[in-house]
Design a protein around this ligand. Structure first.
Ligand code: ADP
Ligand code: MG
Length: 456
């Protein structure tokens, strides 16, 4: 269904609802609606032109009832549309549940994917191919052509952000697109572990097995996590065998090839190596540029190709590409009131970044910022007072000096006029614990640190 027709339907239903509700505006909860209201509620405006409206009714009783009151209904419609419209009630059979496959296609695939652990954002359509990933891409295509037959498992490995998850998901998605009856499932390695442990505790291992062993496609992302866990590996071995012997396809991803995964059982290693193992290299410049252009298009950001090249040249980490794009875009909107990311914007962004990196943050900068945040004086932080209002900010200064400025404990002690370095160890540890335990304070601390580095 295209956007326009969705919009049109939406508009019709809004208009009709307005008309129907003009017959009943309850003043209190007890008030009962008039019959005409209840009957009109069962009808639907299906067509509206300059002169005519077509309204569908479920049966002839409804049509006869409404035809008798047509002038009242037309008058009310006139009040809403400011136009005299002739209303024609027609009888339509109640729709059977069957919807044409084309209409049901989009929502259905998204729904199926979400239900089975997949993300709807990964597909072949938004996967760019270049020399660093073309072998993996070709292997994925072969798997789509002949699931369960050509390469089983398909084992994709490579560093962080090279597109393993994206490619694995896109492969399963295409298999599903070709045949909606395929049972597919996406499982991060740690989820498999957790589910198995849970099922053992709750004595539901049969259910667990049933869920996995009859799949047509199983994707386990980051399979390396199961290494070293005996019971998990044992179960995965059986899962693997039954899926494969039932003709199902297995797709695995990992940060390294099977023979380099430590503490992975030999029988699993040999199973994994029995399929096709392909690596994905870090994306080259062309691929990074292509990914940027794809991401920008998806987000409705207008990105100039020359600007994309500059970003791709500066940012080599695939995951950081998207983040950088968004940061530049946000800055563009707020500061420059422009809509298009062009080469000037990007160059300005990177030169500002460079300036920021070159700036040297001094211990005084840290002290000054923390003090202004908590409304304290530097002398209070450096004092020996143990008032709680002073203690936390003081420890925070210690933490930033140690963690961000990498100062020695003795230096920090001298700077803050503390007796010795154990006070510093204690203070830094205190903040570390707080950060681990309390997300709200962590956020506050993150903000203060960000501020120190951006304002000085
Ligand atoms: P990995 O699983 O290898 O760590 P991901 O699949 O999560 O990497 O990819 C990280 C990000 O980069 C995702 O947003 C993904 O869509 C994108 N990406 C990686 N490779 C490609 C590619 N070839 N085409 C389009 N996007 C890609
Ligand atoms: Mg991944």
């Amino acid at each position: 269904m295209d956007k326009l027709s969705t919009f049109y339907k939406h508009m019709l239903s809004n208009l009709w609802e307005e008309l129907v509700s003009s017959f009943f505006k309850p003043k209190n909860n007890q008030e009962k609606p008039p019959i005409i209201y209840s009957i009109l509620k069962q009808t639907k405006l299906i067509e509206l032109t300059e002169k005519k409206a077509v309204v569908s009714c479920d049966n002839s009783g409804v049509k006869i009832f409404l035809d008798k009151r047509i002038s009242d209904i037309e008058n009310r419609f006139f009040l809403i549309l400011k136009k005299k419209i002739k209303i024609n009630f027609i009888i339509t059979e109640k729709k059977t549940k069957k919807t044409p496959p084309l209409l049901a296609y989009q929502p259905k695939i998204d729904e199926l994917l979400s239900k089975t652990g997949f993300s709807i954002k990964y597909s072949f359509d938004n996967f760019a191919v270049s020399s660093t990933n073309q072998v993996a891409y070709a292997a994925a295509q072969a798997v789509v052509k002949n699931p369960g037959k050509s390469y089983n498992p398909l084992f994709l490995y490579g560093g962080v952000g090279v597109g393993k998850t994206h490619l694995a998901q896109a492969t399963a998605r295409r298999i599903l697109e070709k045949d909606f009856n395929k049972k597919i499932f996406f499982c991060p390695g740690d989820l498999f572990i957790n589910e198995l442990i849970e099922s053992i505790q709750e004595k539901t291992t049969q259910k667990f097995r049933k869920k996995y062993r009859y799949l047509d496609v199983l994707v386990v992302d980051d399979i390396q996590f199961i290494a070293g866990k005996e019971r998990v590996q044992e179960d995965f071995f059986h899962t693997f065998n039954s899926i494969v012997s039932n003709g199902g396809q297995i797709i695995l991803t990992s940060d390294r090839p099977p023979n380099e995964i430590k503490k992975l059982e030999d029988r699993l290693k040999s199973r994994f190596l029995g399929g096709l193992t392909v690596d994905i290299q870090p994306p080259d410049f062309e691929l990074r540029t292509a990914i940027l252009l794809i991401k920008a298009k998806e987000k409705g950001i207008f990105l100039d190709i020359e600007a994309a090249k500059v970003i791709a040249d500066q940012i080599t980490d695939c995951r950081a590409l998207e983040g950088t794009l968004l940061t530049i875009y946000a800055g563009l909107f707020i500061k420059e009131k422009k809509e298009k990311i062009d080469i000037t914007t990007v160059e300005k962004y990177f030169s500002n970044q460079q300036k920021n990196n070159q700036k040297k943050i001094t211990p005084e900068d840290v002290l000054k910022n923390v003090c202004s945040y908590y409304n304290l004086k530097p002398t209070q932080i450096k004092s020996q007072s143990r008032v709680s209002n002073f203690v936390f900010p003081r420890q925070l200064v210690m933490y930033v000096l140690r963690e961000n400025l990498k100062m020695k404990q003795e230096e920090i002690a001298r700077f803050l006029k503390r007796k010795d370095h154990t006070t510093i160890i204690h203070g830094v540890e205190k903040i570390r614990q707080i950060i681990l335990k309390n997300p709200l304070i962590k956020e506050e601390i993150d903000n203060i640190i960000k501020n120190i580095f951006s304002s000085t």
